[in-house]
Design a protein around this ligand. Structure first.
Ligand code: HAM
Length: 418
């Protein structure tokens, strides 16, 4: 029986991998412009990190983690997200004792046992950033503007930035009580999971995906109305900052995020045309997470973009991705195979993308092959060329041919490629 990739995973083959390389380059370069540096952390962590960090009652931890016992009987989990790992690394390396804020970015695969659908996978990729060490709303504005700048640099125009504040533990407690009072009378109408969520963490009922739960709690109180003075002030500065630099957003009372660590500012990027997988990225502040994970009382804020969804959103923009094109060395007479080898070898050393035939094609078939490779020009080596010490250079687009002396080859190629 043929073995296929596990459900919810997939291979990235050329030419799609070109698109991945392109977006990853833009993501890295934009984050670096904002002063973020790369962190690489393990693909798996101790399960406890996510239980403590992301929250035991979240869907991610309660239903979606790839958790197993290793040969040493330790419970480990494939990372479902990156914020908890960054927090662990910050504490483990006392990275907070240097210059603050600490600004990290990361990219790579994440794992969630979710139901596969369009834009929803079990192994998917995120690009994320985390900034630790400042309570100032100015940092929130910086982080959100990085997210917006990334989308602009990739050419994405039609999206919605949703913004909310989920408050601090102080105002959250007031809100929790209001929510409990609202939900208790309709508790019986909630799904089984939500009945448990209601007891353990009623806020999680708000991001249940079951329609009847939404209907049952309709008209629920919004967190914005219970924000304390400080949280209101923080949120209004974030909004003002975004307005100052011309970033459109919409306040969204329903935005609560699906992970427990958030405090204050929360945000998501939505592309309604992507349907149920409309969130291409999201993030927010998590002022209590470092402390919760055993570190000092240091605030943080960040976001992550789902790269599969980003690529879906950029389908049109990326279809015209220009490849630089290569130089094809065509050997029209087998006698000169080794000359072809030497030339292609030298061209690569000189920094040109160069290709040749290694399967014994005829002259005509070599030119067809060069076309398929998207070669910009072919350097032809035949008897006449070799006897008289020149190359024939064919422009693959215009089909024009010129002769070039070996000493002028590189400069001529450069001129044509430019
Ligand atoms: P999240 O909202 O869980 O946040 O995930 C961020 C993004 O990852 C989503 O908006 C979505 O695009 C993508 N994503 C999530 N699950 C899947 C899936 N099963 N298949 C495909 N794409 C998916 C976090 O992970 C937080 N750690 C973000 C953050 C960083 N908050 C603060 N700092």
């Amino acid at each position: 029986m043929q073995i296929k990739a596990p459900r919810g995973t997939y291979d990235i083959l050329p030419p799609d991998s070109d698109k991945w390389q392109y977006i990853e380059k833009v993501l890295r370069e934009t984050a670096q412009l904002f002063g973020f540096q790369e962190i690489r952390f393990p693909i798996f962590e101790h399960t406890e990190l996510f239980e403590r960090g992301v929250g035991e009652t979240t869907d991610i931890v309660s239903k979606e983690m790839y958790t197993f016992r290793d040969k040493g009987d330790r419970s480990v989990t494939l990372r479902p997200e990156g914020t908890a790992s960054c927090t662990r690394a910050l504490i483990e390396h006392s990275a907070y004792s240097g210059v603050m804020p600490v600004k990290w970015y990361y990219t790579g695969p994440m794992f969630r046992y979710d139901r596969p659908a369009a834009g929803r996978f079990r192994q998917f990729h995120q690009f994320g950033v985390e900034a630790f060490g400042s309570h100032s709303p100015q940092l929130d504005i910086e982080v959100i503007s990085l997210l917006v700048q990334i989308l602009a640099n990739l050419g994405l125009k039609e999206y919605e930035l949703h913004l909310n504040s989920v408050g601090c533990p102080k105002c959250r407690e007031v809100y929790r009580q209001k929510l409990v009072d609202h939900i208790r009378p309709v508790k019986e109408h909630l799904c089984k999971d939500c009945q448990i969520r209601f007891e353990k963490n009623p806020l999680r009922v708000l991001d249940c995906k079951v329609n009847t739960c939404h209907e049952a709690i309709t008209g629920y109180p919004v967190i914005y109305d219970t924000l304390c003075e400080d949280c209101r002030e923080h949120y209004s500065i974030v909004q003002k900052g975004l307005q100052e630099i011309g970033i459109p957003y919409q306040h969204d009372n329903n935005l609560v995020r699906g992970l427990d660590y958030y405090t204050n500012t929360a945000f998501e990027i939505h592309l309604p045309q992507l349907g149920t997988a409309s969130a291409i990225g999201g993030g927010g502040r998590y002022n209590g997470l470092v402390h919760e994970c055993g570190g000092p009382d240091i605030p943080g804020i960040g976001f992550a973009i789902g790269l599969e969804r980003l690529l879906l959103a950029l389908e049109n923009e990326l279809s015209a991705l220009n490849k630089p094109g290569c130089v094809f060395v065509a050997v029209f007479d087998k006698t000169y195979d080794m000359d072809g080898l030497k030339l292609v070898n030298q061209l690569r050393k000189d920094g040109f993308a160069a290709e040749r035939d290694t399967t014994g094609r005829s002259a005509k078939a070599q030119m067809k092959f060069a076309d398929k490779l998207g070669a910009r020009m072919a350097i032809i080596l035949g008897k006449d060329e070799m006897d008289n010490g020149y190359y024939t250079l064919r422009n693959m687009e215009s089909k024009e041919q010129i002769t070039v002396k070996p000493k002028d080859l590189n400069s001529t190629i450069k001129k044509i490629l430019a």
